[in-house]
Write a protein that binds this ligand. Sequence first.
Ligand code: NDP
Length: 445
Amino acid sequence: MNEYAQRVLDGLRARCAHEGEFLQAAEEILHSLGPLMDSHPEYEHAGLLERFMEPERAIAFRVPWVDDAGRVQVNRGYRVQYSSAIGPYKGGLRFHPNVTLSVMKFLALEQVLKNSLTGLNMGGGKGGSDFDPKGKSDGEVMSFCQSFMAELYRHVGPDTDVPAGDIGVGAREIGYLFGQYKRLTGRFEGVLTGKGLSYGGSLVRKQATGYGLCYLLEAMMQAHGMSPRGMRAVVSGSGNVALYAAEKAQQMGMAVVAMSDSQGYVVDEAGINLAMLRQIKEAERGRISEYARRVPGSHYHEGAAGIWAVACQVALPCATQNELDARAAQRLVSGGLLALAEGANMPLTQEAVGLLQAHGVLYAPGKAANAGGVSVSGLEMSQNATHLCWAFDQVDDRLRDIMHCIFRAIDRAAADCGQPGNYALGANVAGFAKVAEAMMAQGVV
Ligand code: NDP
């Protein structure tokens, strides 16, 4: 590892010892940046890595609300405004009980490089709360969202920071958040993306991360003389990213045979019936176990992690961080895995990534592979700013172009670093290069 990068990492380990997720992401990135630091000694003099490894701002706040039984509840809210070097902060909001400052910082750091890779001028941020929308009534979710925005509105705006959805934050939550922002500020403006189509949303935003994932997979496989057509695929999760990754995978001719939720997974050798799964997960907010009750021939298994025992040629982890460890990766390799692209953020442990790379499996990291969501968010911001509304195919074509462009950028960066095919390295280097140039130009800020 480059000496300067190692020193910065040692400093981080001492200062952020309790921030496991953030350290995991930072370590992976710093390991990749050696070649760039070697060729740019001026970065060390400018303290570039020390500055890059510290978010510009991390806001934590109280979110009090009243539940249906009249009891006062208190959650903790966050917004990490990580880097505005190349544009206004941009990144999703996550509502999940395991949200901590460390999780927010890791997601925001990844978001900075991801947004840079899209080629659009967006900085990086992330936010959320330890609030769990599961099992709450619509009224409780609205009450929470209104209280969350009562603080967040001071920190966001169409030219400063534009949040979107993530785990636990879908169309319903974005609607409540937008309504409260409008009431507090008196302004109807593009302060959030992922909005409903009737109030400034973009076509394809809902599908964007999942579709984009498949477009990047397609580009990566083509570059290695393969095609997704006819491949047997496993997709973890059954939320926004997973459902539309599975839809595009099927459209590309892949057979999606297994999907999961946080409790377990289903195997359907006839191919997952997505209309049924969407009905259960999107419309009814139910459990995936229900799928096996309704679809003859399919089987439900308790325990989400077991899904990686299902043999496949393509794996698309689309659920959550660290859902796939080295043992699971070994099983996938033994089952004939050819390619894996990350729909979720950091779904693989570092050991799992190393194992896939050692076995020659094509591996696309999340910061490149799941950039489709934020890309279309960027297109939503453009449409809001110009008061235009683009057609589905127009946005979808732009998305596909962006994902293929991202693949070319990470492919070139990996080759330039002397490690062709190492897309984890390529994504970090290509994403960081633009941010570094902007930081150097803007002085010590
Ligand atoms: P959702 O909340 O819509 O869905 C998450 C899904 O993952 C749910 O099906 C959930 O199950 C499942 N899940 C949660 N934990 C586990 C687990 N340990 N094992 C298996 N399944 C699990 O979130 P999104 O689809 O929006 O986000 C998924 C991932 O993609 C996250 O890492 C997110 O950061 C990333 N991402 C999302 C983007 C977006 O545009 N939405 C953009 C880029 C990245 P259950 O139904 O039981 O809760």
